[in-house]
Design a protein around this ligand. Structure first.
Ligand SMILES: [Fe+2]
Length: 211
């Protein structure tokens, strides 16, 4: 499964997050605010920054209560400021990146991600709920994406949270005039709770799922 909305309560403090968001960090098509101290290799538990705990206490308690992580390895707020071309969210085990923003992933955590897909937890705080799309195939050598088969997903208004298949499922988003904002989190999941949540969400949002 590549996409599913999650059967979780709405997050009610969106405006406060939008008012406090500071997207100073530029990364491709995004403005970002990292809520944790990022490690170069995705593997170990990271700590929330004191500034994030102070600015976003409701958001952090919400995910602590509702998202089934044992611990996080990366959490950030992201604002797509332009259209995002198809890509996957995966990381290489060994990679020397072009900027100081690159990350690697440990063999162990990569295996955990592959075992728990879809494992990319996201929350939409603002923006078009019908502008994310999935693609069957992608080819980074292609500069022209015209004619690419896009399957648009919808995040129903009853929920703010959804799951994406992180490693092998190319996806993108159309440009959004609103000040789009998403919360992105990855980490080690409690497999049992994660599977239960998917099962429950499947019952409620079967029509929105993308296999
Ligand atoms: Fe992505």
């Amino acid at each position: 499964m590549r996409f599913i909305p999650l059967d979780l309560p709405k997050f009610n403090e969106k405006q406060k997050v939008l008012d406090s968001f500071n997207g100073d960090t530029r990364f491709w098509a995004w403005k970002e605010e990292e809520l944790v101290f990022r490690e170069r290799e995705f593997d170990k538990e990271v700590e929330f920054k004191p500034s994030a705990i102070k600015k976003y206490p409701e958001l952090i308690s919400y995910i602590t209560e509702h998202w089934p992580f044992e611990y996080y390895v990366y959490v950030k707020l992201i604002r797509a400021t332009e259209a995002v071309d198809p890509h996957v969210d995966g990381n290489y085990i060994n990679y020397t990146g072009p900027t100081d923003k690159w990350n690697t992933i440990s063999e162990k955590y990569l295996q955990h991600q592959l075992d728990t897909e879809p494992c990319g937890y996201r929350m939409i705080l603002k923006g078009n709920r019908k502008s994310i799309y999935m693609c069957e195939e992608y080819d980074y050598s292609k500069k022209d994406w015209t004619g690419l088969q896009k399957e648009y997903v919808e995040i129903p208004k009853e929920t703010d949270c959804f799951l994406l298949k992180t490693n092998e499922s190319p996806h993108g988003v159309d440009s959004d005039d609103s000040e789009r904002l998403l919360l992105f989190a990855i980490g080690y999941l409690n497999k049992e709770k994660h599977e239960q949540l998917i099962k429950k969400s499947r019952e409620k949002y079967e029509d929105y799922m993308v296999l």
